[in-house]
Design a protein around this ligand. Sequence first.
Ligand SMILES: [Zn+2]
Length: 84
Amino acid sequence: MKEELPKGYDCPACGRFHRFSPWVYAHWDIAITHSCNCGVEATILMGRAYPPDSDIEEIQEEEEQRKQAEQLVNAMTEGIEETS
Ligand SMILES: [Zn+2]
């Protein structure tokens, strides 16, 4: 299953759209910050924007769990395909 990467993010405070630069894609898996014109520094992680007061460690943990859950679902789907 191929997911299309988001092209940018909406500022969590004012909703302004910001296009991701190649640099953002190069740092996809790590939390980076981006300052909006409204003065809010959003944290960008894997294409999602989080307000500046977010607990990034918690978010990364959740992302990790989400990935593991996805892998589990994939493994189960494969298992079903194999036995049917
Ligand atoms: Zn903004």
